[in-house]
Ligand binder design. Sequence first.
Ligand code: UT7
Length: 352
Amino acid sequence: MFNTKIAGLGYYLPETVVSNDELTQYMDTTDEWIQERTGIKERRYAIKHEETTTTMGAIAAQRAIDDAGIDKSEVDFIIFATLSPDYFFPGCGVLVQRELGITDQEVGALDIRNQCSGFLYGLSVADQFVKTGMYKNVLLVGSEMHSMGLDFHTRGRNVTVIFGDGAGAAILQPTEDESKGILTTHLHANGTNAEELAMITPGSHGGHHLGKEKFGFPSESDPGGIYITQKMIDDHLIYPNMNGPLVFKTAVKKFPEVITEALKKVGKNPGDIDMLIPHQANLRIAQFVQRILGLKDEQVYNNIQKYGNTTAASVPIALTEARDEGKISEGDLVCLAAFGSGFTWGSALIRW
Ligand code: UT7
């Protein structure tokens, strides 16, 4: 058995910066409300109809490949995490393979649908493949183009002001140094509140879980079955929805739980963490978690102020930035943690 190390990292953020003030053109919100409740000052939006989740992911991937000092032809497995895929199907895994121009190798491509925890789930899966010796260069990508699917009206403001676009990627490789690399990963889920942070239409539910009439089923336009009805469009049911307070309350409980679980597994305490990279959900959540664990400011990295919540991309973007800023050094104990829709959550401890 090997250990899995992060051999390369990269990220991509679209150039267009969207301030809180700009959002007030579309919805009843204020810079003050957004900063006070979320810590977010601005976010990035990709160029619509030009950039996609896949194209952003491919740029981040190429940067991670270069950072690892390998050739893209050496990638032997692809894992892609997103909640804003280019297509309903196929997933972005095959699309990023094509975008990178590595279809000749016909390596496997796996799509991860775990929203904010997507990168953690992907990392854990990659770890299993690498440490058993099955793959030598796993490309793991988290990418999101939220701006394409948000509700830019006041009714959608609690969700829309939070999210931003971006991509992050890592190359995972085996190492024989047992003291280095991923020490442990922990994944959890509880589907009880699946619809409390979700984008449920279009989908195959046909109103099954939440009532047929609400969604316009049976649909007269297509009695044979249909993913999306006119009623869904008319009633604005085609956007993400979130029970913010429930997500917040659950997140501030689950983040510390899953971080503590990982620390216990390797016989460590919060004080031993050199850098915690939490999923950038909301600065208030990260600050809450920091307080509960008794961590100092220099032990936690946050960049949500600049980029908003980029879901599956937030952990690899923050990890790369922290490393590039010299905040992570060889030998450091790095903790990654995420919580989000599903609800799903997870953590990883890495000896850098
Ligand atoms: O990535 C993981 C998933 N997401 C999260 O982790 C998010 C977790 N939740 C949160 O971050 C917070 O719940 C939010 C930032 C989304 C919302 O903050 P909150 O303090 O929980 O607000 P709320 O939803 O309880 O709403 C309070 C008020 C409401 O008005 P009334 O009913 O009191 O008059 C909302 O309509 O704030 C209003 N509101 C806004 N006002 C201005 C909601 N969104 C906005 C907005 N601008 N953007």
